[in-house]
Design a protein around this ligand. Structure first.
Ligand code: HEC
Length: 103
């Protein structure tokens, strides 16, 4: 119970400054280009098809824009942290527009 409350508070804090749309200012088309080049192969190898199932599976883990941003950072580490924060924001804009649709 206590943990849950803390988590809710943290989520609130994280999303509070983002009253603007998530990944505001990010370019979805630039994000898609990076995503298709750097992210798809690994997801496709693990989840089959074009890899997009990872974003649409019913048990997907991402529930809000903050978690999405966090996961992009985590997966960027899989790539050896080659992306700039701006790239991550662009990818976030793309994934959110195409799959997640967080407001
Ligand atoms: C080396 C393999 C690998 C690479 C490269 C990779 N990912 Fe992932 N990604 C994974 C795995 C494995 C998972 C599933 C993690 C889990 O379910 O615990 C995942 C999950 C995700 C999810 C969460 C899907 C969901 O809703 O459950 C997102 C978003 C994501 N990756 C984004 C990216 C982005 C953006 C890039 C490129 C910058 C990237 N990934 C590169 C392996 C990779």
């Amino acid at each position: 119970m206590k943990k849950k409350t803390l988590y809710a508070a943290a989520t609130c804090l994280l999303s509070a400054p983002a009253l603007a749309a998530p990944f505001a200012g990010g370019s979805a088309s630039a994000g898609k280009a990076i995503h298709d080049k750097q992210c798809v192969a690994c997801h496709a190898a693990r989840f089959g098809g074009d890899g997009s199932k990872i974003y649409t599976r019913t048990e997907r883990r991402i529930k809000d824009a903050g978690q999405l941003a966090q996961q992009i950072t985590t997966c960027n580490a899989n790539l050896g942290n080659t992306l700039f924060p701006e790239d991550e924001r662009n990818i976030g804009a793309y994934l959110n527009q195409q799959f997640y649709r967080f407001k």
